[in-house]
Design a protein around this ligand. Structure first.
Ligand SMILES: [Zn+2]
Length: 118
């Protein structure tokens, strides 16, 4: 695992909290329900950035032919071959986009193509 993947979290957290505070100051009569909804945007963005960083913390998401221990095929346990970096885009809660940089891989034995998990 990488260990320094949380470097920008404090700053992102402060930005999200500042945004929520400013929203509250300009909506003094907001209901509890409206306040809850106003939290979802900034915290949803923070959640998505943290999810990206957590997903990419695993060394298994990036490898090439020089990597000592390459991920193995889930079907036949053969070491996988890198087919280069690809951006995988997904959508998560609160309609937030995730962009994950991962190595796409294929298996030289059975021909399976996959993003190695982990
Ligand atoms: Zn295989």
């Amino acid at each position: 695992m990488k260990t320094e993947f949380d470097g920008r979290w404090s700053e992102l957290g402060r930005e999200a909290m500042k945004e929520v505070k400013q929203w509250r100051l300009s909506h003094p009569k907001a209901s509890l329900e409206e306040i809850e909804q106003a939290l979802d945007g900034p915290l949803g963005r923070l959640r998505a950035r943290m999810l990206e960083d957590l997903a990419q913390a695993s060394e298994a998401t990036q490898f090439n032919e020089q990597t000592a221990e390459r991920p193995r095929c889930p079907q036949c346990n053969e070491e996988l071959i890198s087919r280069g970096q690809q951006v995988r885009e997904l959508e998560t809660a609160h309609a937030q986009r995730l962009r994950l940089d991962r190595t796409y891989a294929s298996c030289p034995r059975c021909g399976a193509g996959l993003f190695p998990p982990g």
